[in-house]
Write a protein of this length. Sequence first.
Lengths: 605, 175
Amino acid sequence: MTRQESIIPLTLLAGILLVLVLPGCGTFTSPPAAGSTVTYGADVQPLVHRNCAQPCHHPGGAGPFSLLTYQDVRKRARQIADVTRKRYMPPWLPEPEGPRFAGERRLSDGEIALLKRWVDQGMAEGNRVAAPNSIASREDGWQLGKPDLVLTLDKPYLLPAGDTDVFRNFIFPVPLTAPRYVKALEILPGNKRIVHHANLLVDRLQSSRRLDEADPGVGFGGMDIEMESAQFEPDTHFLFWKPGTAPAAEPPGMSWRLDPGTDLVLNVHLQPSGKAEAVQPSLGIYFTDEAPTLFPMLLQLEHDGALDIPAGATGFEVTDEYRLPVDVQVLGVYPHAHYLGKSIEGWASRPDRTRQLLIKIRDWDMNWQAVYRYEQPVALPAGSLFRMRWTYDNSADNIRNPNSPPKQVKAGNRSSDEMAHLWIQVLPKGGAEDRILLQETLMRARLRKYPEEFSAHYNLASVLQSRGSVEEAITHYASALKVRPGDALALNSLGTAYQAAGRLREAAGAYQQAIRGRPDYSDAHYNLGILLLRAGQGRQAVPHFEQVLRARPQDADAHNDLGSALLMQGSGGEALSHFRAALKINPDHAFARENLALAEKLTAQ
Amino acid sequence: MVIAQTIELRDDNGRLIHPLEQIDVKATVFIFTRTDCPISNRYAPELRRLGEKYGSKRIAFWLVYPDPATSGEVAREHREEYHYSFPALLDPDHRLVKLSGARVTPEAAVYIPGGSAGPRLIYRGRIDDRFVDFGKMRASPTQRDLEEVLAAIINGQTTETRTTPAVGCFIEDLK
């Protein structure tokens, strides 16, 4: 048994579960005939209620003011006509071309004209409609009922009154003792007035804690963060929240696993309101006993390496492409850039040369970024080519330009840096083999862009190893180590590959080197212990298993293996207690049971 | 050039005030605001900064609430919530709105004493150019129009009446 880890540099959106469901926009029926008087009761109220009041603009809702009553709407009438005409509200970035997204919130030209007519005609109330009082303050409580697990930030973060937007990350340790499957996750922002949107990341290695410790105050700063992932378990789900969205349970069969020791990291975009505000978000997690049967994956088109935008440049382009090796269904997309992003188009060219538009945004606005999920999945055959094209405006005419005067901008995690991403969530038609093929081709595509990237070599090696191409895996681990000499994780994994190839001496060497670099590295100790045990060197194996148990006292395997090593060197009495400890932790541990019987026999003699 | 007439409004404690007949001021600044306008509220820190910098230099600042539904009590609470140190006027009949020509919240109107001709409107418009439209906002302003006007007044430079377009919630909706 060898333990292997993989690291995947995840940008903010990786490992994210989609909880984005926008209220449906519906269709407007029976518009008043031209010439007749538009009234609030007959025409405006249903429209405003469905598109504005219900999702956000109700008391306790995410909108900064309510649009529930005639008086509310009357006091904003010109503003409503203006912002709908400019399509700033309701906020919906994608153009109507292409496949329909779930919960599209886009007014028709007729609806926009109707609002203007109402204002021009003097904003008649018409038949009095009772203000619907059925809108519960949804964000004040859990919308999916009582969660199985609620995690709340232990201290509030204080946002100063100041005038700059803040991007902050909060860590929520997950207090689980056994893995659970998550079917839904809900985010309560804790202060709707200032939380503009939020993303959740799954941090399996608690790698964000270092950043948290380095940053005074609650949480840590940063618009996009990177983290390591402990298992080669590719990212599968989007997890995104923005005001006015209801949380959604994952589709049947698409639960995801949450392991003990995992941290959930909430990345929030905070907009100051004009006064100091406290924010203390909560996460509500809903579990299911059903393991996933469908395994979506997140593919990332990106070329941050090509981002080098001269000051003043308009129309700077970044493209990327990736050819699908297998048949998939596309479930959703998530475009991501910062303030210089101008437009994004994502599409696929099928082998029969038909073009499938996936998303088109003409006027990118980082503040309204969102995950977009298709109403019906989009089927694409193997051989289809995904493509994306971002354009950027780094001139002074781009009023969102964070630099005044404009200056050269490259890729980075700060809001004044840029990004060029298009995440695509796909469901491979086939099984595990298809997923492995997707992972392999994704990493090879990445290596074409970044031949010197540690994680691309490392992850490709992991995939290759998992599908039995051990020698090629060894080559890529070695390439990874050339980039980051002495990296303990890579050395440990290289050891497992050597071991799989039967090159045991080299495997031991790799583990030893990993331990020299990181003396408390349990997995390398464990793997070396097992090698020594198999070579009959019980005495040498003992300290390694002891080291594992110092870090993981409840590891039944390590107890069993330490028992075996002790037995081998003749310490039968001590061995007994470790076999018993293994069985106490896991009564079904067959090896420990066998070993205990053997040890009892030996010590009785 | 706009000549201001005598104008009488109630402050948020119900007292009658003649804000354009103040003694010994270099200028009177009205900031039209609204309790429920996010753009307006977001300017609170910047307005506090201007108040601290120019309040002691014989520039009088007033918050003006043109929403007839805003009572003195509501205005007082709003002032406290956002830590405004300016006094407040209620303008339910939009007298000051009409006099100054203000269209949105937040918007500034600056008057200077004009001797026998009465106070003169010297500036009306945005506080700065941070907001370009609803939802379109610069990371920081490139032009601080109101501050430039105040600095010029302090330096004894009188200018022609200047207006700039302000972005915010329409006052005309409040009737």
